[in-house]
Design a protein. Structure first.
Length: 401
């Protein structure tokens, strides 16, 4: 089976996902085209060699509908022969796109695939596409609830307090501020520019370096009213009767931020590297996806990681760095507890609590960060994993070459 190599990885900065955010003026296709064009320019890619462009995108409606991958590739100046496909595995979509690209190359049927993701949460609000995940009858039948309730349920069952999740959030902000001050992301960020060539955003907009524990402690729980006044906690107790009362500990400060952004990764076989005159930065060692009980939902990164490790013939101790999406603070906290991973190996430059979580692009951005951090620290292996709506998890292991 051919190796699936990662030749390069780029991303846009993340902009605040609201009308006052810097990227609100940019259409989703503009963001995706920025990343795709930046990748091609940086690698000297002859885009007529691209067998496919696979992008993750969660809210595929309005400006993000109609197979945004194909039209973003056209806008980025890719050859007309480069097709496009848009995938949706909720929060795992960006990593799913990379895994799809890796599988295509490893199959031997494809030589070069550009993967990544895009999400403009300011212009295409989360949930505006509707669907079964928002259907009350489906939620009642399968036990699905809003993810914040699931996060609070996990915290309750595991005894994680408000202080625990706030302290984790503070550390995420501290690590992000340190990485930004040290210009750690310089090699990966492609600035977003307007039609006149002026820079709209060149750095991540969401991190709050001034965050304090006191400030976090003053924020109100985001999901308490939903749980107590709209009957959602009762649905939780029906599935988990041992939980007498859900402790609502998650707030806007210890949950992932709503942001806009895009990312692009070049995946190819050895022949593509030879044609481009480029050495690969890493190879995809293994990958896995799993399903899980859809009410608790957010603990699936653990079985997904174990499955990916088993497929690679590796142990937890063989992984140098982990990128665990900070959808909510309790997710990486539970991950570290279950797998016995020390915090100094997890999200070493901060995570989505600080930077934000542009749904369809996050998985690709996490892989990008993992690769940059491995190179900066002279390390070899990383595991990237995300929890996913509907009770799923995804994980990918990469190895520097």
């Amino acid at each position: 089976m051919p190796d699936a190599f990662i030749y390069d990885a780029v991303r846009t900065p993340r902009g605040k996902g609201k009308a006052s955010g810097a990227l609100y003026t940019q259409r989703p296709i503009d963001l995706a085209a920025t990343a795709l064009a930046g990748l091609a320019q940086r690698t000297g890619l002859d885009t007529s060699l691209v067998d496919d462009v696979v992008l993750g995108c969660v809210t595929q409606t309005g400006e993000q509908g109609a197979c945004i991958a194909r039209f973003a590739a056209l806008q980025a100046g890719y050859d007309l022969d480069a097709p496009g496909s848009t995938v949706n595995r909720f929060c795992g979509s960006g990593l799913e796109a990379i895994n799809t690209a890796g599988s295509m190359v490893a199959s031997g049927f494809f030589d070069c695939v550009v993967a990544g993701g895009v999400e403009s949460m300011s212009r295409v609000p989360m949930g505006s596409d509707g669907g079964a995940i928002f259907d009350v009858s489906q939620q009642s039948r399968f036990g699905s609830v809003p993810q914040g309730i699931s996060a609070d349920l996990i915290a309750t069952r595991r005894g994680k307090t408000r202080h625990d999740v706030d302290a984790f959030a503070l550390e995420s902000q501290r690590r992000a501020a340190e990485a930004i001050a040290a210009d750690r992301h310089r090699g990966s960020i492609i600035p977003v520019v307007d039609e006149g060539g002026l820079v709209v955003l060149g750095t991540d907009e969401h991190p709050r370096a001034s965050t304090t524990l006191d400030g976090l402690g003053q924020l109100r729980p985001s999901f308490e009213m939903m749980g107590t006044q709209f009957g959602v906690d009762a649905l939780v107790r029906k599935q988990y009767p041992e939980v007498e009362r859900v402790s609502h500990v998650h707030t806007a400060g210890n949950s992932s931020g709503i942001v806009d952004g895009s990312a692009a990764i070049l995946v190819g076989n050895k022949a593509i590297g030879d044609a481009l005159g480029r050495r690969p930065r890493a190879r995809i060692r293994s990958m896995a996806v799993v399903g899980e009980e859809p009410l608790i939902m957010l603990t699936a990164p653990m079985p997904a990681t174990r499955k990916a490790l088993a497929r690679a013939g590796m142990e937890v101790a063989d992984i140098d760095l982990f990128e665990v999406n900070e959808a909510f603070a309790v997710v990486p906290l539970a991950f570290m507890d279950d797998l016995g991973v020390p915090h100094d190996k997890v999200n070493v430059w901060g995570g989505a609590i600080a930077y934000g979580h542009p749904l369809g692009a996050t998985g690709a951005m996490l892989l990008n960060t993992a690769l940059d951090a491995l190179e900066a620290r002279g390390l070899g292996t990383a595991c990237i994993t995300l929890c996913i709506g509907g009770g799923m998890g995804i994980a990918t292991i990469i190895e520097r070459v």
